[in-house]
Design a protein around this ligand. Structure first.
Ligand SMILES: *Cc1c(COP(=O)(O)O)cnc(C)c1O
Length: 477
Protein backbone atom coordinates (compact mmCIF):
# COMPACT_ATOMS: atom_id res chain seq x y z
CA UNK A 1 0.00 0.00 0.00
CA UNK A 2 1.25 3.44 -0.86
CA UNK A 3 0.44 6.64 0.94
CA UNK A 4 -3.18 6.79 1.88
CA UNK A 5 -5.19 9.86 2.55
CA UNK A 6 -8.33 7.81 2.85
CA UNK A 7 -9.76 8.52 6.28
CA UNK A 8 -12.05 5.51 6.34
CA UNK A 9 -9.36 2.93 5.74
CA UNK A 10 -6.90 4.65 8.06
CA UNK A 11 -9.53 4.77 10.80
CA UNK A 12 -10.08 1.03 10.43
CA UNK A 13 -6.35 0.43 10.69
CA UNK A 14 -6.21 2.71 13.70
CA UNK A 15 -8.97 0.75 15.41
CA UNK A 16 -6.99 -2.48 14.97
CA UNK A 17 -3.77 -0.85 16.10
CA UNK A 18 -5.40 0.53 19.23
CA UNK A 19 -7.28 -2.66 20.04
CA UNK A 20 -4.04 -4.66 19.69
CA UNK A 21 -2.29 -2.13 21.89
CA UNK A 22 -4.93 -2.39 24.62
CA UNK A 23 -5.09 -6.20 24.39
CA UNK A 24 -1.32 -6.45 24.64
CA UNK A 25 -0.87 -4.22 27.68
CA UNK A 26 -1.19 -6.87 30.44
CA UNK A 27 1.53 -9.00 28.82
CA UNK A 28 4.08 -6.20 28.70
CA UNK A 29 6.13 -4.63 31.46
CA UNK A 30 3.97 -2.08 33.27
CA UNK A 31 6.53 0.57 32.45
CA UNK A 32 10.08 0.62 31.15
CA UNK A 33 12.47 3.55 31.14
CA UNK A 34 12.90 4.85 27.59
CA UNK A 35 16.22 4.37 25.87
CA UNK A 36 18.15 7.51 24.98
CA UNK A 37 17.49 6.62 21.37
CA UNK A 38 13.74 6.31 21.73
CA UNK A 39 13.58 9.53 23.72
CA UNK A 40 15.61 11.38 21.12
CA UNK A 41 13.42 10.10 18.32
CA UNK A 42 10.66 12.18 19.88
CA UNK A 43 12.64 15.07 21.31
CA UNK A 44 14.55 15.85 18.16
CA UNK A 45 11.78 15.45 15.60
CA UNK A 46 12.41 17.78 12.70
CA UNK A 47 9.50 19.86 11.43
CA UNK A 48 8.41 18.01 8.28
CA UNK A 49 8.59 20.02 5.09
CA UNK A 50 6.25 17.76 3.15
CA UNK A 51 3.08 16.10 4.34
CA UNK A 52 2.63 12.37 4.62
CA UNK A 53 -0.21 9.86 4.28
CA UNK A 54 -2.42 8.80 7.18
CA UNK A 55 -1.15 5.21 7.07
CA UNK A 56 2.42 6.45 7.44
CA UNK A 57 1.33 8.44 10.47
CA UNK A 58 -0.10 5.28 12.00
CA UNK A 59 3.21 3.56 11.39
CA UNK A 60 5.01 6.33 13.28
CA UNK A 61 2.60 6.07 16.22
CA UNK A 62 3.08 2.30 16.31
CA UNK A 63 6.87 2.64 16.23
CA UNK A 64 7.53 5.65 18.44
CA UNK A 65 4.58 6.21 20.76
CA UNK A 66 2.70 3.03 21.65
CA UNK A 67 5.84 1.14 22.85
CA UNK A 68 6.39 3.74 25.59
CA UNK A 69 3.23 4.24 27.64
CA UNK A 70 3.05 5.75 31.12
CA UNK A 71 1.79 2.41 32.37
CA UNK A 72 -1.65 3.35 33.63
CA UNK A 73 -3.48 0.97 31.32
CA UNK A 74 -1.91 -2.02 33.09
CA UNK A 75 -3.67 -3.90 35.92
CA UNK A 76 -0.52 -3.64 38.06
CA UNK A 77 -0.23 0.13 37.72
CA UNK A 78 -0.81 1.55 41.21
CA UNK A 79 0.92 4.93 40.83
CA UNK A 80 -0.44 8.40 41.65
CA UNK A 81 -4.12 8.64 40.63
CA UNK A 82 -4.11 7.64 36.98
CA UNK A 83 -6.70 5.27 35.63
CA UNK A 84 -6.85 2.91 32.66
CA UNK A 85 -9.05 4.40 29.94
CA UNK A 86 -12.58 3.02 29.62
CA UNK A 87 -12.88 1.59 26.07
CA UNK A 88 -16.28 3.25 25.61
CA UNK A 89 -14.69 6.53 26.62
CA UNK A 90 -11.93 6.08 24.04
CA UNK A 91 -14.59 5.74 21.34
CA UNK A 92 -16.48 8.70 22.75
CA UNK A 93 -13.33 10.83 22.58
CA UNK A 94 -12.73 9.77 19.00
CA UNK A 95 -16.24 10.64 17.86
CA UNK A 96 -16.23 13.90 19.81
CA UNK A 97 -13.17 15.17 18.00
CA UNK A 98 -14.83 14.39 14.68
CA UNK A 99 -17.91 16.43 15.61
CA UNK A 100 -15.54 19.07 16.97
CA UNK A 101 -17.93 21.70 18.33
CA UNK A 102 -17.08 24.37 20.82
CA UNK A 103 -19.14 23.45 23.85
CA UNK A 104 -19.19 27.04 25.02
CA UNK A 105 -22.91 27.20 24.40
CA UNK A 106 -25.62 27.30 21.77
CA UNK A 107 -28.17 24.83 20.51
CA UNK A 108 -26.24 21.72 19.53
CA UNK A 109 -26.09 18.20 20.89
CA UNK A 110 -22.85 18.53 22.87
CA UNK A 111 -24.17 21.40 24.97
CA UNK A 112 -27.34 19.61 25.97
CA UNK A 113 -25.47 16.35 26.58
CA UNK A 114 -23.11 18.13 28.97
CA UNK A 115 -26.11 19.28 31.04
CA UNK A 116 -27.14 15.66 31.46
CA UNK A 117 -23.75 14.17 32.23
CA UNK A 118 -23.01 16.85 34.82
CA UNK A 119 -26.33 15.94 36.44
CA UNK A 120 -25.39 12.24 36.24
CA UNK A 121 -22.10 12.94 38.01
CA UNK A 122 -23.95 14.82 40.75
CA UNK A 123 -26.43 11.95 41.09
CA UNK A 124 -23.63 9.37 41.26
CA UNK A 125 -21.88 11.08 44.17
CA UNK A 126 -25.06 12.31 45.87
CA UNK A 127 -24.58 16.05 45.43
CA UNK A 128 -27.53 18.42 44.93
CA UNK A 129 -27.83 19.65 41.37
CA UNK A 130 -29.75 22.82 40.64
CA UNK A 131 -30.02 23.65 36.93
CA UNK A 132 -26.72 25.14 35.80
CA UNK A 133 -24.95 24.04 38.96
CA UNK A 134 -21.78 22.75 37.38
CA UNK A 135 -19.70 22.11 34.30
CA UNK A 136 -16.96 19.89 32.97
CA UNK A 137 -13.42 21.21 33.24
CA UNK A 138 -9.96 20.11 32.20
CA UNK A 139 -9.43 18.55 35.60
CA UNK A 140 -9.89 19.10 39.30
CA UNK A 141 -7.24 21.81 39.38
CA UNK A 142 -9.37 23.91 37.05
CA UNK A 143 -12.54 22.89 38.90
CA UNK A 144 -10.92 24.18 42.10
CA UNK A 145 -10.03 27.53 40.54
CA UNK A 146 -13.62 27.92 39.39
CA UNK A 147 -15.06 26.95 42.78
CA UNK A 148 -12.70 29.10 44.82
CA UNK A 149 -13.32 32.03 42.47
CA UNK A 150 -17.01 31.80 43.27
CA UNK A 151 -16.26 31.43 46.98
CA UNK A 152 -14.04 34.50 46.93
CA UNK A 153 -16.63 36.60 45.13
CA UNK A 154 -19.41 35.54 47.48
CA UNK A 155 -17.28 36.51 50.47
CA UNK A 156 -16.46 39.86 48.88
CA UNK A 157 -20.13 40.50 48.15
CA UNK A 158 -20.83 39.80 51.82
CA UNK A 159 -18.50 42.68 52.61
CA UNK A 160 -20.27 44.90 50.08
CA UNK A 161 -17.44 44.66 47.54
CA UNK A 162 -17.84 43.70 43.88
CA UNK A 163 -14.40 42.19 43.51
CA UNK A 164 -14.75 41.88 39.73
CA UNK A 165 -14.99 45.62 39.46
CA UNK A 166 -13.01 46.82 42.48
CA UNK A 167 -10.26 44.19 42.58
CA UNK A 168 -8.68 42.55 45.58
CA UNK A 169 -7.25 45.76 46.99
CA UNK A 170 -10.77 46.72 48.06
CA UNK A 171 -10.85 43.71 50.39
CA UNK A 172 -9.37 42.83 53.76
CA UNK A 173 -7.48 39.50 53.70
CA UNK A 174 -9.86 36.57 53.28
CA UNK A 175 -8.76 33.55 55.27
CA UNK A 176 -9.14 29.94 54.10
CA UNK A 177 -8.57 26.70 55.99
CA UNK A 178 -6.90 23.56 54.66
CA UNK A 179 -4.95 20.67 56.17
CA UNK A 180 -1.47 19.37 55.49
CA UNK A 181 -3.14 16.61 53.45
CA UNK A 182 -5.02 19.04 51.18
CA UNK A 183 -3.98 18.70 47.54
CA UNK A 184 -1.63 21.39 46.25
CA UNK A 185 -4.21 22.49 43.67
CA UNK A 186 -6.09 24.32 46.44
CA UNK A 187 -3.04 26.38 47.29
CA UNK A 188 -2.38 26.99 43.61
CA UNK A 189 -5.94 28.24 43.13
CA UNK A 190 -5.73 30.48 46.20
CA UNK A 191 -2.46 31.98 44.98
CA UNK A 192 -3.79 32.50 41.49
CA UNK A 193 -6.96 34.16 42.77
CA UNK A 194 -4.84 36.65 44.68
CA UNK A 195 -5.88 35.34 48.08
CA UNK A 196 -2.31 34.85 49.20
CA UNK A 197 -1.08 31.49 50.46
CA UNK A 198 -0.17 33.13 53.78
CA UNK A 199 -3.91 33.52 54.36
CA UNK A 200 -4.43 29.77 54.05
CA UNK A 201 -4.29 28.24 57.51
CA UNK A 202 -3.03 24.68 57.77
CA UNK A 203 -5.36 23.18 60.37
CA UNK A 204 -4.21 20.20 62.41
CA UNK A 205 -5.27 16.70 61.43
CA UNK A 206 -5.93 13.63 63.53
CA UNK A 207 -3.56 10.66 63.34
CA UNK A 208 -5.33 9.30 60.25
CA UNK A 209 -5.03 12.59 58.35
CA UNK A 210 -8.54 14.03 58.79
CA UNK A 211 -8.88 17.79 59.16
CA UNK A 212 -9.76 18.31 62.82
CA UNK A 213 -13.07 20.23 63.21
CA UNK A 214 -12.23 21.25 66.79
CA UNK A 215 -8.89 22.74 65.78
CA UNK A 216 -10.65 24.41 62.85
CA UNK A 217 -13.15 26.11 65.12
CA UNK A 218 -10.32 27.47 67.31
CA UNK A 219 -8.42 28.85 64.32
CA UNK A 220 -11.53 30.56 62.98
CA UNK A 221 -12.24 32.13 66.37
CA UNK A 222 -8.68 33.41 66.53
CA UNK A 223 -8.87 34.97 63.08
CA UNK A 224 -12.21 36.58 63.84
CA UNK A 225 -10.86 38.02 67.08
CA UNK A 226 -7.97 39.53 65.12
CA UNK A 227 -10.38 41.22 62.69
CA UNK A 228 -9.64 38.93 59.75
CA UNK A 229 -12.32 37.50 57.46
CA UNK A 230 -12.60 33.69 57.37
CA UNK A 231 -14.39 32.61 54.20
CA UNK A 232 -13.45 29.09 53.07
CA UNK A 233 -12.83 25.57 54.30
CA UNK A 234 -11.34 23.18 51.75
CA UNK A 235 -12.04 19.61 52.83
CA UNK A 236 -10.95 16.34 51.22
CA UNK A 237 -13.17 13.46 50.15
CA UNK A 238 -10.24 11.16 49.60
CA UNK A 239 -6.76 12.59 50.14
CA UNK A 240 -4.19 11.78 47.53
CA UNK A 241 -1.73 10.34 50.07
CA UNK A 242 -3.93 7.88 51.94
CA UNK A 243 -7.47 8.21 50.60
CA UNK A 244 -8.71 9.66 53.90
CA UNK A 245 -12.15 11.27 53.83
CA UNK A 246 -12.60 14.24 56.17
CA UNK A 247 -15.54 14.38 58.59
CA UNK A 248 -17.62 16.38 56.13
CA UNK A 249 -20.69 16.63 58.37
CA UNK A 250 -18.68 18.14 61.21
CA UNK A 251 -16.93 20.54 58.83
CA UNK A 252 -20.28 21.53 57.30
CA UNK A 253 -21.53 22.33 60.81
CA UNK A 254 -18.59 24.65 61.39
CA UNK A 255 -19.08 26.31 58.00
CA UNK A 256 -22.79 26.81 58.66
CA UNK A 257 -22.07 28.34 62.05
CA UNK A 258 -19.57 30.88 60.69
CA UNK A 259 -21.04 31.41 57.23
CA UNK A 260 -18.03 29.94 55.41
CA UNK A 261 -17.94 28.35 51.96
CA UNK A 262 -17.33 24.61 52.19
CA UNK A 263 -15.37 23.29 49.23
CA UNK A 264 -14.78 19.54 48.97
CA UNK A 265 -11.96 18.11 46.90
CA UNK A 266 -13.31 14.82 45.61
CA UNK A 267 -10.96 14.62 42.63
CA UNK A 268 -9.73 11.19 43.52
CA UNK A 269 -12.23 9.98 46.05
CA UNK A 270 -15.76 11.30 45.47
CA UNK A 271 -16.81 8.18 43.57
CA UNK A 272 -15.74 6.07 46.54
CA UNK A 273 -19.16 6.95 47.95
CA UNK A 274 -20.55 4.32 45.58
CA UNK A 275 -18.88 1.53 47.58
CA UNK A 276 -21.50 0.46 50.13
CA UNK A 277 -18.73 -0.36 52.61
CA UNK A 278 -17.25 3.16 52.33
CA UNK A 279 -20.39 5.26 51.76
CA UNK A 280 -20.85 6.18 55.42
CA UNK A 281 -17.58 8.12 55.39
CA UNK A 282 -19.07 10.63 52.97
CA UNK A 283 -21.99 11.80 55.11
CA UNK A 284 -22.26 15.57 54.73
CA UNK A 285 -20.78 15.73 51.22
CA UNK A 286 -24.15 16.97 50.00
CA UNK A 287 -23.90 19.98 52.35
CA UNK A 288 -20.86 21.46 50.59
CA UNK A 289 -21.08 24.66 48.55
CA UNK A 290 -18.82 23.21 45.88
CA UNK A 291 -17.32 19.89 44.93
CA UNK A 292 -14.42 19.18 42.57
CA UNK A 293 -14.30 15.74 41.03
CA UNK A 294 -12.37 13.98 38.31
CA UNK A 295 -14.17 11.63 35.93
CA UNK A 296 -10.70 11.12 34.37
CA UNK A 297 -9.59 9.32 37.53
CA UNK A 298 -11.74 6.61 39.09
CA UNK A 299 -14.35 6.49 36.30
CA UNK A 300 -11.67 5.97 33.65
CA UNK A 301 -12.94 8.69 31.34
CA UNK A 302 -10.00 9.40 29.01
CA UNK A 303 -8.01 12.48 30.06
CA UNK A 304 -8.98 15.28 30.27
CA UNK A 305 -12.14 15.55 32.26
CA UNK A 306 -12.78 17.18 35.59
CA UNK A 307 -16.02 18.60 36.94
CA UNK A 308 -17.07 21.32 39.33
CA UNK A 309 -20.45 21.14 41.04
CA UNK A 310 -21.99 23.96 43.07
CA UNK A 311 -25.01 24.26 45.27
CA UNK A 312 -25.91 27.73 43.92
CA UNK A 313 -25.55 28.10 40.14
CA UNK A 314 -25.82 31.89 40.35
CA UNK A 315 -22.54 32.00 42.29
CA UNK A 316 -20.75 30.65 39.24
CA UNK A 317 -22.58 32.74 36.72
CA UNK A 318 -22.14 35.85 38.82
CA UNK A 319 -18.40 35.20 38.97
CA UNK A 320 -17.66 34.35 35.35
CA UNK A 321 -20.38 35.74 33.07
CA UNK A 322 -19.50 38.72 30.96
CA UNK A 323 -22.95 38.79 29.45
CA UNK A 324 -24.98 41.53 31.09
CA UNK A 325 -28.16 40.17 32.69
CA UNK A 326 -30.42 42.02 30.16
CA UNK A 327 -28.74 40.25 27.24
CA UNK A 328 -28.74 36.74 28.63
CA UNK A 329 -29.96 34.17 26.18
CA UNK A 330 -32.95 32.22 27.36
CA UNK A 331 -32.82 29.53 24.66
CA UNK A 332 -31.40 26.88 27.01
CA UNK A 333 -33.96 27.29 29.75
CA UNK A 334 -32.43 30.57 30.83
CA UNK A 335 -29.14 28.95 31.75
CA UNK A 336 -27.07 30.71 29.12
CA UNK A 337 -23.68 29.45 27.99
CA UNK A 338 -21.19 27.23 29.81
CA UNK A 339 -18.61 29.91 29.14
CA UNK A 340 -20.55 32.10 31.60
CA UNK A 341 -19.87 29.60 34.39
CA UNK A 342 -16.15 29.02 34.09
CA UNK A 343 -12.92 30.09 32.50
CA UNK A 344 -12.81 28.46 29.08
CA UNK A 345 -14.49 30.04 26.05
CA UNK A 346 -13.90 27.50 23.28
CA UNK A 347 -14.52 24.26 25.14
CA UNK A 348 -13.93 20.67 23.98
CA UNK A 349 -16.75 18.15 23.62
CA UNK A 350 -15.88 16.31 26.85
CA UNK A 351 -19.39 15.15 27.57
CA UNK A 352 -19.45 12.46 24.86
CA UNK A 353 -16.66 10.44 26.49
CA UNK A 354 -18.28 10.89 29.90
CA UNK A 355 -21.64 9.80 28.54
CA UNK A 356 -20.11 6.78 26.78
CA UNK A 357 -18.12 5.71 29.86
CA UNK A 358 -21.06 5.93 32.25
CA UNK A 359 -23.63 4.55 29.81
CA UNK A 360 -21.49 1.52 28.97
CA UNK A 361 -21.28 0.49 32.63
CA UNK A 362 -24.51 1.83 34.02
CA UNK A 363 -24.70 2.90 37.62
CA UNK A 364 -24.60 -0.77 38.57
CA UNK A 365 -21.35 -1.41 36.74
CA UNK A 366 -19.70 1.65 38.25
CA UNK A 367 -20.77 0.63 41.75
CA UNK A 368 -19.38 -2.86 41.10
CA UNK A 369 -16.02 -1.56 39.82
CA UNK A 370 -15.55 1.07 42.52
CA UNK A 371 -16.49 -1.43 45.22
CA UNK A 372 -14.04 -3.95 43.78
CA UNK A 373 -11.19 -1.42 43.95
CA UNK A 374 -12.02 -0.62 47.57
CA UNK A 375 -12.25 -4.32 48.44
CA UNK A 376 -8.89 -4.97 46.77
CA UNK A 377 -7.38 -2.09 48.74
CA UNK A 378 -8.69 -3.54 51.99
CA UNK A 379 -7.23 -6.92 51.01
CA UNK A 380 -3.88 -5.30 50.25
CA UNK A 381 -4.04 -3.57 53.63
CA UNK A 382 -4.65 -6.95 55.29
CA UNK A 383 -1.78 -8.59 53.41
CA UNK A 384 0.53 -5.79 54.52
CA UNK A 385 -0.67 -5.98 58.11
CA UNK A 386 -0.16 -9.75 58.19
CA UNK A 387 3.42 -9.51 56.88
CA UNK A 388 6.36 -9.21 59.31
CA UNK A 389 8.44 -7.21 56.89
CA UNK A 390 5.80 -4.65 55.87
CA UNK A 391 4.07 -1.91 57.84
CA UNK A 392 0.74 -0.28 57.07
CA UNK A 393 1.08 3.48 57.60
CA UNK A 394 -2.56 4.61 57.40
CA UNK A 395 -5.98 3.01 57.68
CA UNK A 396 -7.44 1.96 54.33
CA UNK A 397 -10.54 4.14 53.96
CA UNK A 398 -11.07 4.08 50.20
CA UNK A 399 -8.76 2.53 47.59
CA UNK A 400 -5.32 3.87 48.52
CA UNK A 401 -2.90 1.85 50.63
CA UNK A 402 0.12 3.55 52.20
CA UNK A 403 2.77 1.29 53.66
CA UNK A 404 6.50 0.72 53.92
CA UNK A 405 9.05 -2.04 53.72
CA UNK A 406 10.27 -2.78 57.22
CA UNK A 407 12.33 -5.94 57.59
CA UNK A 408 13.54 -6.71 61.11
CA UNK A 409 16.78 -5.23 62.35
CA UNK A 410 16.98 -1.97 60.38
CA UNK A 411 17.22 1.40 62.09
CA UNK A 412 14.90 4.30 61.18
CA UNK A 413 17.54 6.02 59.12
CA UNK A 414 18.10 2.98 56.90
CA UNK A 415 14.35 2.43 56.60
CA UNK A 416 14.00 6.02 55.51
CA UNK A 417 16.67 5.68 52.86
CA UNK A 418 15.45 2.34 51.54
CA UNK A 419 11.80 3.35 51.34
CA UNK A 420 12.65 6.63 49.65
CA UNK A 421 14.31 4.69 46.82
CA UNK A 422 11.84 1.84 46.78
CA UNK A 423 9.07 3.13 44.46
CA UNK A 424 11.44 3.86 41.58
CA UNK A 425 13.29 0.58 42.18
CA UNK A 426 9.96 -1.26 41.87
CA UNK A 427 9.01 0.74 38.78
CA UNK A 428 12.26 -0.13 37.03
CA UNK A 429 11.69 -3.85 37.51
CA UNK A 430 8.64 -3.49 35.26
CA UNK A 431 6.30 -5.89 37.09
CA UNK A 432 4.34 -3.34 39.10
CA UNK A 433 4.20 0.42 39.39
CA UNK A 434 3.89 2.27 42.70
CA UNK A 435 4.78 5.78 43.74
CA UNK A 436 5.96 7.19 47.04
CA UNK A 437 5.02 9.84 49.53
CA UNK A 438 5.97 11.05 52.98
CA UNK A 439 3.59 10.45 55.88
CA UNK A 440 4.28 11.87 59.31
CA UNK A 441 7.93 12.23 58.33
CA UNK A 442 8.19 8.62 57.15
CA UNK A 443 8.90 7.60 53.58
CA UNK A 444 5.99 5.53 52.29
CA UNK A 445 5.07 3.40 49.31
CA UNK A 446 1.62 4.22 48.07
CA UNK A 447 -0.64 2.02 45.97
CA UNK A 448 -3.78 3.49 44.44
CA UNK A 449 -6.31 0.97 43.11
CA UNK A 450 -8.48 2.28 40.29
CA UNK A 451 -8.56 -0.65 37.89
CA UNK A 452 -11.29 -3.27 38.29
CA UNK A 453 -9.21 -5.67 36.15
CA UNK A 454 -6.63 -5.91 38.93
CA UNK A 455 -6.66 -9.28 40.72
CA UNK A 456 -5.61 -10.47 44.15
CA UNK A 457 -2.72 -12.22 42.44
CA UNK A 458 -1.60 -8.81 41.13
CA UNK A 459 -1.52 -7.57 44.74
CA UNK A 460 0.74 -10.46 45.72
CA UNK A 461 3.03 -9.69 42.80
CA UNK A 462 3.19 -6.08 43.98
CA UNK A 463 4.22 -7.10 47.50
CA UNK A 464 6.78 -9.60 46.19
CA UNK A 465 8.24 -6.87 44.01
CA UNK A 466 8.42 -4.49 46.98
CA UNK A 467 10.21 -7.15 49.00
CA UNK A 468 12.68 -8.05 46.29
CA UNK A 469 13.45 -4.49 45.35
CA UNK A 470 13.64 -3.61 49.05
CA UNK A 471 16.03 -6.46 49.84
CA UNK A 472 18.29 -5.39 46.97
CA UNK A 473 18.33 -1.83 48.29
CA UNK A 474 19.16 -3.02 51.80
CA UNK A 475 22.02 -5.08 50.42
CA UNK A 476 23.34 -2.11 48.50
CA UNK A 477 22.81 0.32 51.39
C1 LIG B 1 -5.65 14.59 40.97
C2 LIG B 1 -6.07 15.36 42.14
C3 LIG B 1 -6.21 16.75 42.09
C4 LIG B 1 -5.85 17.55 40.86
O1 LIG B 1 -6.70 17.21 39.80
P1 LIG B 1 -6.23 17.32 38.27
O2 LIG B 1 -7.33 16.65 37.54
O3 LIG B 1 -4.93 16.61 38.18
O4 LIG B 1 -6.12 18.76 37.95
C5 LIG B 1 -6.69 17.39 43.20
N1 LIG B 1 -6.99 16.72 44.32
C6 LIG B 1 -6.86 15.38 44.43
C7 LIG B 1 -7.21 14.70 45.71
C8 LIG B 1 -6.39 14.66 43.33
O5 LIG B 1 -6.26 13.33 43.43
Amino acid sequence: MGHSTDFRSAARQAADLIADYLDGLPDRPVWTPMSAEAREALLELPLPEQGTGLDALLGEVAAKVLPHPMGNGHPRFFGWVNAAPAPAGVLGAFAATAVNPSSAGGDHADVHLERSVVRWLAELVGFPHPAGGGLLTSGASMATIVALGAARNRAAAGLGVDVREAGLSALPPLVGYVSAETHSCVRKAAELLGLGSRHLRTVATDAAGHLDPVALRLEIAEDLAAGRVPFLVAASAGTVNTGAVDDLDALADVCAEFGLWLHVDGAYGAFGRLDPASAHRYAGLERADSLALDPHKWLGVPVDCGCVLVRDAEQLRGTFSLVPPYLRDDAAGGLGWFSEYGIEQTRPFRSLKVWATIAASGREGIVRDVSRCCALARTLGELVTAADDLELLAPVETSIVAFRYRPAGLDEETLHRVNALLPVAVQERGEAFVTGTVLGGREAVRACLLNAATTEQDLRVLLDEVREAGAALVKGA
